[in-house]
Design a protein around this ligand. Structure first.
Ligand code: UDX
Ligand code: UDX
Length: 458
């Protein structure tokens, strides 16, 4: 039986892979093909060892792969055969030229738009999945339609709100699906095609539509607001440490106001991940471009507090460990930017590891999913670092443990045994406030949480 629709996704990354797997899983009537320029990545998607770790992803891929879900490197063929093309290539922060360190690097987008134009033989609906600066859809439309062609390309914005570690849950049961389109008759028509795809499993009232610029901007603003909550609570954690207050108690009291809400108020060593910093800097860049200096400075403050929080963590370690870390073994519990993922992009652990190495500490790194990425991230960094699978073995002989990632497994380790094997005095710096600080203190540890008075034996 022929498929009702041919859907293509360009970019088989953290966003493209799981999103397309879910569409294929929920809609057996559509053929879904995911293409990527990276043949190794595609080979992994076609193997039992998927390129990303995401709870529940294996089952979804296994159910649909070979039935109506296909991973391939044949970009040209994929473009020709499809009627709807999702674009999910990466858009890192620019590292060169104007806007370096701030603006999004759109070279992959630009190139992808040109490829779509070159290989298309029929009308297409193009869906922006990657997070992009406002008005990228317009640029894309201009690239697509500038050639002498009778073909029609409708560009939609459909930002992805999934969070890593809960991607499958977020895709299966999203808070909302946002679709931005041109307000012309053709734009609305294209929008309705995409609405129909999601309506296979998402309740209609959760599928919201807007104009295309609002949709593009909403993604940046959603991430900026989430990150702002973390920087807000982290800024207060610094005050709590000085004022003998407890940031978790403060966050609970504040978050129980239903106007504020309880989520995203966990003080931490800092936020990481591929999106928050990049999207805020993007927002800042756009504001500066329109000469909205005050607005730009306001949002830049969210990133600055995050940098401050990481630096504060390091300086605190240095100070309480008698102002020298040289030659001391320090164990990092976790390297991923959050639990339930092997992703380390922008993980606070990267900066902290590098700073500890600058202080000439000897690092031991453990993480249940991110050791490979940690090794990649620290390649070329000068200093002594070893990687150990088992956290108890990793901590043996160390003077300090610093919790970088909130992996639940760290809550239930045999800390009595760990304490016995560590050098004394033994320190724990809980960068995620996940451990039982009182109990650890009673075992003999000197405990330094975030935003709470330390528990020491001095
Ligand atoms: C990307 C963007 O970075 C993010 O802004 C957006 O919200 C979603 O898409 P992610 O999926 O996490 O996020 O990126 P990544 O895992 O790096 O995947 C991008 C994929 O695109 C890579 O596999 C890369 O090989 C592929 N790619 C890149 C192409 O297929 N063609 C290109 O021209 C460039
Ligand atoms: C984020 C957004 O949540 C998601 O909607 C968007 O599509 C992509 O960016 P992600 O980066 O995967 O998702 O993870 P998220 O759960 O938002 O966490 C980001 C960072 O903030 C992590 O380092 C996390 O540990 C940290 N965090 C989160 C805190 O420090 N405190 C909190 O209370 C919550």
């Amino acid at each position: 039986m022929p498929f009702k629709r041919n859907i293509l996704c360009i970019g088989a990354g953290y966003v493209g892979g799981p999103t397309m797997a879910m569409i294929a899983f929920k809609c057996p009537q559509y053929k879904v093909t995911v293409v990527d320029i990276n043949p190794e990545r595609i080979a992994q998607w076609n193997s039992d060892n998927l390129p990303i770790y995401e709870p529940g992803l294996d089952q979804v891929v296994r159910a649909a792969r070979g039935r109506n879900l296909f991973f391939s490197t044949e970009i040209e063929k994929g473009i020709q055969e499809s009627d709807v093309i999702f674009v999910s290539v990466n858009t890192p922060t620019k590292t060169f030229g104007a806007g370096a360190g701030m603006a999004a690097d759109l070279q992959y987008w630009d190139k992808t738009a040109r490829e779509i134009r070159k290989y298309s033989r029929s009308n297409k609906i193009i869906v922006e999945k990657s997070t992009l600066p406002v008005k990228t859809a317009q640029a894309m439309e201009r690239i697509l339609t500038c050639a002498d062609t009778a073909l029609c390309f409708d560009v939609l914005s459909n930002p992805e709100f999934l969070a890593e570690g809960t991607a499958i849950q977020n895709l299966e049961n999203p808070d909302r699906v946002l679709i931005g389109s041109a307000q012309s008759a053709e734009g609305i028509c294209a929008r309705d095609v995409l609405v129909e795809i999601y309506a296979n499993w998402v309740p209609r009232e959760k599928i919201i539509t807007s104009n295309i610029w609002s949709s593009e901007l909403s993604k940046l603003v959603a991430n900026a607001f989430l990150a702002q909550r973390i920087s807000s609570v982290n800024s207060i954690s610094a005050l709590c440490e000085k004022a003998d207050a407890d940031v978790q108690e403060v966050a609970r009291a504040v978050g129980m106001d239903s106007r504020v809400g309880a989520k995203f108020l966990n003080a931490s060593v800092g936020f990481g991940g591929s999106c928050f910093k990049k999207d805020i800097l993007n927002l800042v860049y756009i504001c500066r471009y329109y000469d909205l200096r005050e607005v730009a400075d306001y949002w830049e403050g969210v990133v600055k507090i995050n940098e401050y929080q990481k630096e504060r963590f390091i300086l605190n370690m240095l100070q309480v460990m008698f102002n020298t870390l040289a030659g001391k073994k320090i164990c990092l519990f976790g390297f991923a930017f959050k639990a339930d993922t092997g992703d380390t992009r922008e993980s606070p652990a990267i900066q902290i590891a590098k700073r500890l190495m600058e202080e000439r500490a000897e690092l031991v790194i453990t993480d249940p999913k991110a050791i490979y990425n940690a090794e990649e991230d620290l390649k070329g960094a000068i200093g002594n670092v070893t990687y150990v699978e088992d956290p108890c073995d990793a901590a043996a002989g160390c003077c300090a443990i610093a919790v970088m990632t909130e992996w639940p497994l760290y809550k239930n380790l045999d800390y009595r045994e760990i304490y016995r094997k560590m050098a004394k005095p033994a320190f724990i710096f809980d960068g995620r406030n996940i451990l039982d600080h009182e109990a650890l203190h009673n075992m003999g540890f000197n405990v330094f949480p975030i935003g709470k008075p330390p528990l020491t034996h001095f």
